[in-house]
Design a protein around this ligand. Structure first.
Ligand SMILES: Cc1ncc(COP(=O)(O)O)c(C=O)c1O
Length: 412
C-alpha cells in the first residue's frame, strides 16, 4: 500500500493514501456491486423525482478563473445549494426513500400496485400514510430531507440530532413539521438511539447508512442521490471529467456517484477521490486497514455533514473498489474554500457553498500548497475536475460568520 510520505502526522493539514483495493480501470461495473446500486434503481428514482413539485436540474457551473489559478484545464461545480429549496443534494435521497416506503406500505395494505408519485401526492392514501412514523438520526441535511419527504407524502416524522448539531440546522428540520429530539454523544450514538426508538415505538428508520440487517432503505436513499449524477452526465455531454472529488460522511453519496459514473462511463470514468475531514476520516482509515474501521471521538469538524465515524457497509462495497485515492483535509482548508467560492477569481461567478459543500475545493487548495498531495491526486494542466457542491448555506448564521456576508449578498 502506498501511503503518501508527508501529510500523515497528527496535526498536519491533510492525510491521504492511494486505494490499495481499487478495481482495475477496465473492470466493468457489476457483480456484488450491482446488488447494491444498479441502472434500474437509478432510472426508477429519476423517473419518480422528476414528478416532484418544482423539480429542476441544479446548475453545473464552469470556473475558468479558478482553474487557471490552480493550473488546471477546467473546474466544473455542481451546485446543489438550490436543490428543492432544501439547499443540499440530500433532498433527493431521504425524501425518495420516504416515498418508496409509503408506496410499498399502501400496496401491502390494499393489495394494489404501489401508487406512483402523483397518486401519493394527491392525498388519496392519506388515511394509511398518516398513521406511519418515519425517523432517523442526522447531522442536519438528511433529517431535513426525511422531514420534507414526510410532509410532502403525508406521514409523521421524528428526527434525532446529536450534541454538536447547530441550532440553525435543528430549526431547519423543525420547519418541515418534524419533531426534533437532541440526544447526547456523536452522530453514531444518535444512529443507535434512533434505531432503538423505532423498535420500541413501531416506527420505520429511514437512514442514509446501512448496518447489520438493514440495507434496503439506505439503498433507496443512494438511488435517489443518483438523480444528481444523471444530471451531471447529461450536462457534461460526451466528455467525462478526468477527476471527481467527492466528500464522504458515511459514504452513501460517494457510492452513488461512483456507481452512476462507472455504469455510464466504464473505463473512461474519472479518477475518483474521496475527501473527508481529518477529524472524521473513517474512509481513509478503513482503506489503510483494508476493511471498515470505526473512528471514535467527538468527530468535531466544521464539515458538519461529514462528521461520521463509521462507513456505511453497503456503500463501502462500492467505494472501496471505485476510489483511486482517499484524502482527509483539515477545517482550515474547508473554511478557505468557502471563502474562495464567495470571492471568485476574475471571470467566475460567486458561489454560495457551505463548509461540507466546499470540501472538494478544500482538497484542491491543499494540493496547490503540498506537492505530495498534488501528486497523490494526479493533477496536471490537462485535468478537468468535477467538484460536487453538495450544499449551499444550510446554516445561514454560520455561513455569514465564515464569509462576513449572507448568501444573497455573496450572489449580488
Ligand atoms: C452536504 C453534504 N454533503 C455530503 C455529505 C456526505 O454524504 P454521506 O454521508 O452519504 O457520505 C453529507 C452528509 O450528510 C452532506 O450533508
Amino acid at each position: 500500500m502506498s501511503i503518501v510520505p508527508t501529510g500523515n502526522a497528527p496535526g498536519d493539514s491533510w492525510r491521504g493514501c492511494r486505494n490499495p483495493m481499487a478495481a482495475a480501470r477496465a473492470q466493468a461495473y457489476g457483480g456484488p456491486r450491482e446488488a447494491v446500486l444498479n441502472a434500474a434503481g437509478f432510472a426508477a428514482a429519476q423517473a419518480a423525482v422528476m414528478r416532484w413539485p418544482d423539480y429542476a436540474a441544479t446548475p453545473l457551473v464552469t470556473l475558468p478563473g479558478l482553474a487557471a489559478r490552480l493550473g488546471l484545464a477546467a473546474i466544473h461545480y455542481k451546485d446543489e445549494g438550490v436543490r428543492f429549496g432544501l439547499k443540499s443534494f440530500k433532498a433527493l435521497g431521504g425524501a425518495y426513500a420516504v416515498y418508496r416506503l409509503l408506496a410499498r406500505t399502501v400496496a401491502e395494505r390494499t393489495g394494489q400496485p404501489p401508487p406512483d408519485v402523483d397518486e401519493l401526492l394527491s392525498g388519496r392514501w392519506r388515511d394509511i400514510t398518516a398513521g406511519l412514523t418515519v425517523t432517523c438520526a442526522t447531522d442536519g441535511n438528511h433529517g431535513r430531507s426525511v422531514a420534507w419527504g414526510a410532509r410532502l407524502f403525508g406521514c409523521r416524522c421524528v428526527i434525532y440530532i446529536h450534541a454538536t448539531v447547530s441550532e440553525g440546522r435543528r430549526d431547519a428540520i423543525a420547519h418541515y413539521g418534524a419533531e426534533v429530539v437532541r440526544v447526547a454523544g456523536n452522530y453514531d450514538d444518535s444512529v443507535r438511539h434512533a434505531d432503538a426508538q423505532a423498535r420500541a415505538n413501531g416506527w420505520t428508520v429511514v437512514s442514509d447508512t446501512t448496518y447489520e440487517g438493514y440495507r434496503d432503505i439506505p439503498i433507496d436513499v443512494m438511488h435517489g442521490y443518483g438523480v444528481l449524477s444523471q444530471e451531471v452526465i447529461a450536462q457534461l455531454g460526451h466528455e467525462p471529467p478526468t477527476h471527481v472529488l467527492v466528500q464522504a460522511g458515511v459514504g452513501a453519496f460517494a457510492a452513488s456517484v461512483a456507481a452512476a459514473f462507472w455504469i455510464a462511463w466504464g473505463p473512461r470514468r474519472p479518477r475518483f477521490v474521496v475527501v473527508e475531514p481529518t477529524r472524521a476520516d473513517c474512509h481513509l482509515q478503513s482503506a489503510l486497514a483494508g476493511h471498515p474501521v470505526a473512528v471514535t471521538g467527538d468527530l468535531d469538524t466544521v464539515m458538519a455533514g461529514l462528521a461520521c465515524g463509521e462507513v456505511s457497509p453497503a456503500a463501502w462495497e462500492i467505494v472501496s473498489a471505485a476510489a483511486d485515492a482517499f484524502v482527509a483535509i483539515d477545517d482550515a482548508h474547508a473554511l478557505a474554500a468557502v471563502c474562495a467560492f464567495a470571492n471568485p477569481c476574475a471571470g467566475d461567478p460567486a458561489i454560495v457553498s457551505g463548509e461540507t459543500g466546499a470540501t472538494g475545493l478544500a482538497a484542491l487548495l491543499a494540493a496547490s500548497e503540498h506537492p505530495a498531495l498534488h501528486e497523490l491526486l494526479a493533477l496536471d494542466a490537462d485535468s478537468r475536475v468535477l467538484l460536487l457542491g453538495s450544499e449551499g448555506d444550510t446554516d445561514p448564521a454560520l455561513y455569514r460568520q465564515i464569509t462576513g456576508r449572507s448568501a444573497d449578498e455573496v450572489r449580488r
